[in-house]
Design a protein around this ligand. Structure first.
Ligand SMILES: *Cc1c(COP(=O)(O)O)cnc(C)c1O
Length: 355
């Protein structure tokens, strides 16, 4: 280990030995960037492989003004959480799924990607180095953000020659604060994804184009937008950064993923839990009329966990949904977070303990 890294790892140990928690007001956590002490960085250049990744103090990174990511948006991100259990163990939830999804995205964006092992190592090291920022159980979680970017300079529109894989982390609380239940606006003009595009991968290019729709909806008092398919405008797809489910009777439905919807790991987990509960689960095309006739609706994602939808408005027609106790979303959320935080037995092997 080079001396500089030795020093870092010593300082990681000495710090974490004397204090269990960083100086953070755990009761005020939202979804902002509270910097932690370390990040992980690894590079890959000229068609080689990623190697020599290491922890480094959390800091600004230097990029050429002609870096591929800055000019042409060659970049991907991931998002996962580290959970503190009641007895102070640390768990990750299905992290190899994030590693695989980054590899799939990298293929689409013509980038090299870290191997699953490299990805998991980087995440584990980042979490453990920053373990004082993993909030107390019940107050929040440590959000982990892996990034893969074309960092090499490039002027013509082409893939970069150098790539950087970064992992940083920040303690987070609840994503959507405010009254229970999102007030959704069904967006029928602007679109998020097109067939053959990048909607099915976590490309950084998918997010800022949704800001305008979000901002317009928020100005009218809505909390987020639900996008429709860009070909017919008849079928619901997903929100800006989370998937959607609707319940009618005993049937839980979510839009099928065919390249325009991000295949969420929370989505996949909720499908499995709902099947265990005995619900019929359908992955299919969902006409917007089905949303308007549903008994219950909720969205899923690492950041939002399982968040109920209180109302949806489509072309001036507003409908409301059950959000009280006894609703399915509540049961699903309790089970999911129970597994994630070690409160419930993990019969599916979804959690990975790190130490
Ligand atoms: C990340 C993301 C999701 C949720 O995926 P999870 O793996 O559950 O966190 C859903 N939709 C979009 C557009 C996303 O970026």
């Amino acid at each position: 280990m080079p001396p500089s890294l030795q020093k870092i790892s010593q300082s990681v140990e000495s710090r974490s030995a004397d204090e269990k928690y960083a100086d953070v007001n755990w009761d005020e956590l939202g979804f902002g960037v509270i910097p932690t002490e370390f990040m992980y960085i690894m590079k890959c250049s000229n068609g080689g492989e990623f190697s020599q990744g290491h922890l480094t103090p959390y800091r600004n990174i230097e990029l050429s003004p002609s870096a591929g990511v800055l000019n042409y948006g060659q970049g991907l991100f991931e998002g996962l959480k580290a959970y503190r259990t009641e007895d102070d163990r640390f768990l990750l939830f299905r992290p190899e799924e994030n590693a695989l999804r980054m590899q799939m995205g990298a293929e689409r964006m013509l980038m090299p990607s870290p191997s699953t092992q490299q990805f998991l190592d980087a995440v584990k090291q980042t979490v453990l180095a920053n373990k004082r920022w993993i909030p107390p159980l019940g107050k929040g979680t440590l959000y982990v953000r892996p990034l893969l970017i074309g960092s090499g300079p490039v002027l013509g529109v082409a893939p970069a020659a150098e790539y950087t894989f970064l992992v940083f982390a920040a303690p987070v609380g609840i994503y959507h604060k405010g009254p229970a239940g999102l007030n959704l606006y069904v967006e029928d003009q602007l679109h998020r994804a097109t067939p053959g595009g990048t909607g099915g991968v976590k490309s950084i290019t998918n997010y800022s184009p949704a800001y305008l729709a979000q901002q317009q909806a928020r100005a009218k008092g809505f909390s987020d937008v639900l996008f429709l398919d860009s070909v017919t405008g008849k079928y619901i797809e997903e929100l800006t950064a989370c998937n959607i489910f609707i319940l009618k009777g005993n049937v839980l439905a979510t839009p099928a993923v065919h390249g325009t919807i991000l295949p969420g790991i929370t989505r996949k987990s909720i499908i499995a839990i709902a099947l265990d509960f005995g619900y019929q689960v359908e992955e299919r095309v969902i006409p917007v009329e089905d949303l308007l006739e549903a008994d219950e609706a909720f969205c899923t994602g690492t950041a939002v966990v399982v968040t109920p939808i209180g109302a949806a408005t489509y072309q001036g027609k507003r409908v409301e949904y059950n959000t009280g106790k006894g609703t399915l979303f509540h049961k699903l959320r309790e089970t999911l977070t129970g597994i994630q935080t070690g409160r419930l037995e993990d019969k599916k092997g979804w959690t990975m303990e790190i130490n």
